[in-house]
Ligand binder design. Structure first.
Ligand code: ADP
Ligand code: ZN
Ligand code: ZN
Length: 757
């Protein structure tokens, strides 16, 4: 690919080029076309405020409102495939709905390489193959590299550059004469990882699965959201695979599968690759190199990749023949972007499916209350739901593999059996039993580090973060106190900074400390810890998982990283160490999240033919959440939560948006937010007829972490029963904020459908 450079004698009257830029201004900019071949959706380079920036062409109008002598000319146009209308339409919707500048919305959806002033060339990749039989004695005695390359080519029908590169870094030099002589041929490929040979047996679907597949395929030609509600191991993935096989049977059609965090679920990717090996598949996630990301993105955009598996950002990937979208673990909060444009990939996926008129399948064992609400009608749902169901509900009630039983779940009352170093006698006994039987155990604690608090017993001093209003976590091995909010690290003090006492003690449990305890209690056991401190990068986790599968680990201790999607046949015990803080959290979503997490982690036990057992240590065994969990009855629990939300007018029964602001000085934040609430209230009063249901505009408050990274924070919540009315109010509020004189001194953002404040 080449790029057309600025012609030396621009023809001035070639029209106007209207573009968007990656700048925080919500408007488009006009430039002159100096006679370049520019099409809608093209990437161009323009001068802006003394710099050169990448821009995307939105319109090619005849005239501009800016006088021609004030307009600058486009400098360069790249001839890569332009943005298509469908993708731009989706991005337009998001910019409006999330109140984020359109230019930034568009440009941030692109791979980094396309945001740079360079042609989007992905390096050419070739596959090599023998074209003729290798003549005897071709490689001389000393030509070791050549000999090995030939052997490799003889063993495989085709070899990638990476494969040949493993022989020697000098492989290219050796292979060139073979290409010249015609002994070896090569073909250019997009750098898509070759799929594995078809493998994995195809189970006969059970009735529930077959019904789900048929129901969706019967309506594959139209927009319809489906909620596939099935306990862990009920065969949801198998349903996805059948849907993909059917939809992709149509030539050229494409499918997008979204997962919360791809590096945590290498098994899932492997299953898709082996069962759908005839279709080219690319992944899109943060562990790719920039050039891989570009290649994969381009493969999706060109239609060459038939399947894309990606994390939340992949929802914006242009796919010209998109026929099906699947969101696995749709309840997972990592689908929500927490900075920049704060979109929710599930909601964007729904909008996209509607625009493309295709089905979208949301799968979960513990659906988000949003989706649950949308899937329930007046008949099935709680009496107070007056909503018409817009999603269709498909339920898989049983584990699919015949022998696999749902695990039995027990609570251990910590008020009667106090834990020692985090473990109750019952849990210790259960672990001992597993060790005797040669089975595996998994202990779950959602806190990494050694201990959550460092405490002075003399003066009650607690170690705080220097930059945040939060406690720092003790990481003993590195001898550090680390803030899990801002990442700041400080050395562990030798004595109390407040009273000089040298007896500082770690309080509470976290993964490192539990690991230490386990090693002391069970010196013969092989213990492995899994959290963000031990597992960095995709390979580390894959390695650990294969060690578990190979039976090289007896006890796993870890955070929620362990909860997702892994399938360990010999794991029969799950112990949950401490969840009580989440039971009575002020965050109204905490119990929804906790239930999902516990259900998921419980689902790790008894996946094979041995029954599983789950022990939950809690001081509140009577809590309704545990009762529902023991019955594995999410529906019942979700209905009661939903009833509560309806009564309180919380999402999903109402819509919220949060205006967040921060500055070095809280007085500024408070002033700004107070002005905001006032003007928003005035706006509502003045436009009373636009708001049949009056929105709530709350007073400014401070979040749980009031100071983060030296910034003082506050927010205002806006709430309304109607999405449209809330949007109107937000539009006014954002326009107001963009004009506010204090706008330069503070940072503010809007978080529509916020999950956290
Ligand atoms: P989920 O995605 O709901 O957790 P999976 O699709 O991973 O469930 O299925 C769980 C296990 O059951 C897998 O090992 C899978 O191969 C197996 N399985 C799925 N469907 C069937 C079926 N119809 N018959 C037998 N085994 C099945
Ligand atoms: Zn002290
Ligand atoms: Zn901090």
């Amino acid at each position: 690919m080449c790029s057309a450079a600025l012609s030396s004698q621009p023809t001035a009257s070639a029209g106007i080029v209207r573009v968007v830029l990656d700048v925080p201004l919500d408007r488009q900019f006009d430039y002159l076309n100096p006679g370049l071949d520019i099409r809608l959706g093209n990437r161009v380079v323009v001068p802006f405020a003394g710099r050169q920036l990448i821009a995307i062409v939105m319109a090619l109008p005849e005239k501009s409102e800016v006088p021609a002598n004030k307009l600058k000319a486009v400098l360069q146009v790249f001839d890569d495939v332009p943005f298509d209308d469908a993708t731009l339409k989706l991005l337009r919707f998001c910019a409006d709905y999330y109140h984020y500048p359109f230019g930034q919305t568009v440009l941030s959806s692109l791979p980094l390489r396309l945001r740079q002033i360079k042609p989007a060339v992905s390096r050419k990749m070739w596959m090599y193959a023998l074209a003729q039989a290798v003549p005897e004695g071709l490689a001389g005695k000393r030509q070791l590299v050549l000999a090995r390359l030939l052997t490799l080519l003889q063993q495989h029908s085709e070899c990638s550059e990476a494969q040949l590169g493993e022989v020697s870094s000098g492989w290219r030099k050796n292979i060139q004469p073979l290409l010249d002589s015609g002994l070896v041929s090569r073909r250019e490929v997009v750098a898509i990882r070759p799929s594995l040979a078809a493998s994995g047996h195809e189970p006969t679907l059970n009735n529930e699965q077959a019904h789900a597949v048929k129901a969706i395929l019967d309506q594959a030609d139209r927009f319809q959201p489906w909620l596939l509600f099935g306990v862990t191991g009920s065969g949801k993935t198998e349903v996805y695979i059948r849907l993909l096989q059917a939809v992709l049977a149509e030539p050229r059609s494409q499918a997008l599968i979204m997962v919360p965090e791809i590096n945590l679920t290498p098994q899932l990717e492997g299953r898709f690759r082996s069962r759908l090996s005839q279709f080219s598949l690319v992944t899109l996630h943060s562990h790719l190199s920039e050039s891989e990301r570009l290649q994969h993105w381009q493969a999706a955009q060109s239609g060459e990749a038939r399947i894309v598996i990606g994390t939340r950002l992949s929802v914006f990937t242009p796919m010209p023949h998109l026929k099906l979208m699947i969101l696995d673990e749709e309840h997972d909060s990592s689908y929500k972007q927490q900075d920049g444009m704060r979109y929710h990939a599930r909601d964007v996926a729904l909008v996209r499916a509607k625009q493309c008129r295709i089905p979208v399948v949301l799968g979960s064992a513990t659906p988000s209350l949003e989706s649950w609400y949308n899937a329930l009608g007046q008949t099935a749902g709680p009496a107070a739901t007056h909503k018409k169901p817009s999603y269709r509900l498909l339920t898989l009630k049983h584990r699919a593999a015949a022998q696999a039983q749902l695990p039995r779940i027990f609570c251990v009352d910590t008020t009667h059996s106090p834990p020692e170093a985090g473990l109750t006698p019952q849990l210790k006994q259960a672990i001992t039993l597993r060790l005797q039987r040669g089975e595996q155990s998994l202990l779950f604690i959602n806190r990494r580090g050694y201990a959550p608090v460092l405490h002075c017993s003399a003066c009650q001093w607690l170690a705080d973060c220097r930059r945040c209003s939060a406690k720092v976590v003790l990481h003993l091995r590195q001898r550090l106190l680390r803030c899990h909010h801002c990442g700041d690290e400080q050395p562990v003090p030798l004595q109390c900074p407040s009273c000089g006492n040298a007896d500082l003690r770690p309080v509470g449990q976290a993964t490192q400390r539990v690991e230490e305890t386990l090693q002391q209690l069970f010196p013969q056991a092989r213990v492995a810890r899994v959290d963000r401190d031990t597992i960095q990068g995709k390979d580390a986790l894959t390695e650990l998982l294969s060690a578990v599968h190979a039976g090289k680990v007896d006890i796993l201790i870890g955070t929620q990283m362990l909860a997702k999607g892994h399938d360990f046949a010999n794991l029969t015990l799950v112990g949950v160490l401490d969840t009580d803080s989440a039971l009575y959290s002020p965050d109204y979503r905490a119990s929804e999240r906790l239930f999902a997490q516990l259900m998921q982690v419980a689902g790790r036990a008894g996946r094979g033919d041995k029954p599983g057992e789950v022990l939950i240590q809690t001081a509140f065994p009577q809590h309704a959440l545990f009762a529902a969990l023991q019955q594995q009855d999410y529906a019942e629990f979700a209905n009661s939560l939903l009833q509560e939300r309806i009564t309180l007018q919380f999402p999903p029964a109402a819509y919220i948006a949060v205006m967040k602001a921060e500055a070095a000085d809280y007085a500024l934040v408070e002033q700004f937010l107070t002005d905001l609430t006032q003007s928003a209230r005035e706006f509502v009063a003045q436009h009373a007829d636009a708001f049949p249901e009056k929105p709530m505009i709350y007073d400014p408050v401070r979040p749980g972490i009031a100071r983060l990274n030296r910034m003082e924070r506050g927010y205002v919540m806006l709430q309304c029963g109607q999405r449209g009315a809330l949007q109107q109010l937000l539009q006014a509020a954002v326009a107001w904020a963009r004009q506010h004189p204090m706008q330069a001194k503070i940072r503010w953002v809007v978080d529509v459908d916020a999950l956290e404040y």
